[in-house]
Design a protein around this ligand. Structure first.
Ligand SMILES: [Zn+2]
Ligand SMILES: [Zn+2]
Ligand SMILES: [Zn+2]
Length: 349
């Protein structure tokens, strides 16, 4: 029996045990039955807009073009293509006029108001148009809407980071089954991103190169590559902490999605759909979370490189993980990549 391996993340001080001894085949994780969240009335479906706060951004299709607008003066549009609304139960909220904008955000080293924004992006008027199923044109609208929100947040002095993420399936925390993503703008840089920023800055200072560009070059030729198009590479990271985890990385060096071209947006939609379809076919629509890592601040443009991390929710983190921050992954990333590659091949066939 080969020995289990300890692997460290490319940049983070995060270790994972790749458990060969108790290794499981990716297909061991095939979802047996569907946990459906029964909603008699979906607040995110067209016609139910009154059940949500007014939309802050709406994409409407008019004569084959996208028109941008928002709900105002009691008007709720129902003929939208994409709809962005404030979360009903926000974790972060904007400053009130009393809490002056110019004020110091962190009142003490360990205390600040949870200033920011928390929004829901309804990805489609069609309840089930999840990215694995979506029309590419619809996914392109979704990504464009995220970029519009990023631009808006980048003008807010109290916003230092914007997290864009998606929970899919009840077990991954999606309380509504309608296709949607979330955006949370925070007054500080989250720990994982801060560690990536620090490590990539160090690498940049030492070698004058972007460490992520190096990772992409190596991974795209190796055993963990999953899919590739002219602008992106998808691969299972060397020290994946989740079974079947994969990342999507743009080949072109950029620290955020703010300056993506139309072609790059479309190619991102395509590789995202391909990989999520592969995962869906392989494991019978498993729950997952995904989240972007990027930095919209000017100062990170040279050394940071945006990407998307996809975490299928197939294992439970228990005592050891919670107690130590060391993870145990029962699927070798090389095996994960191989089965996702095959599933994607079968999609095309
Ligand atoms: Zn719905
Ligand atoms: Zn780079
Ligand atoms: Zn990352």
């Amino acid at each position: 029996m080969p020995h289990n391996e300890l692997r460290k993340d490319y940049l983070l001080d995060r270790w994972v045990v790749i458990a060969v001894e108790r290794a499981r085949r990716p297909t061991d994780f095939v979802k047996k039955e569907k946990t459906t969240v029964k909603a008699d009335l979906c607040p995110l479906c067209p016609g139910n807009e009154h059940m949500t706060p007014p939309a802050i951004l709406i994409y409407k299709e008019a004569n084959g073009r996208i028109e941008k607008t928002k709900d105002e003066d009691g008007i709720r549009y129902s003929d939208w293509t994409v709809r962005c609304i404030p979360n009903l139960y926000p974790a972060f909220t904007p400053p009130t006029t009393k809490e002056k904008m110019g004020e110091k955000i962190f009142k003490r080293r360990n205390y600040a108001l949870a200033l920011g924004h928390h929004e829901v992006l309804v990805e489609s008027p069609n309840h089930d148009e999840h990215p694995s199923e979506a029309r590419i044109s619809q996914l392109v609208h979704v990504i464009n809407a995220y970029i519009d929100r990023l631009k808006w947040f980048s003008t807010k002095p109290y916003v230092r980071y914007v997290s864009i993420f998606r929970n899919h399936g009840y077990e991954a925390g999606a309380s509504l089954s309608h296709a949607h993503g979330q955006i949370i703008a925070t007054p500080m840089i989250p720990r994982l991103v801060k560690e990536e920023l620090k490590a990539s800055m160090k690498y940049w200072r030492q070698k004058g190169e972007c460490v992520f560009c190096q990772i992409i070059n190596e991974e795209r030729q190796g055993p963990r590559v999953i899919a590739e198009n002219s602008d992106y590479v998808a691969f299972a990271p060397y020290a994946s902490v989740h079974p079947m985890e994969f990342w999507l990385m743009p080949k072109r060096h950029r620290s955020s999605m703010l300056l993506l071209t139309e072609a790059e947006i479309e190619n991102f939609a395509k590789i995202l759909k391909t990989c999520l379809s592969g995962l869906k076919i392989l494991l019978n629509d498993p729950p997952y979370n995904y989240g972007f890592h990027m930095d919209i601040r000017e100062k990170s443009t040279q050394h940071y490189h945006w990407h998307l991390e996809v975490y299928p929710k197939l294992a439970v983190w228990a005592g050891f993980e919670k107690n130590t921050g060391i993870y145990i992954n029962t699927v070798q990333p090389e095996k994960a990549a191989e089965s996702l590659r095959e599933a994607i091949q079968n999609l095309k066939a």
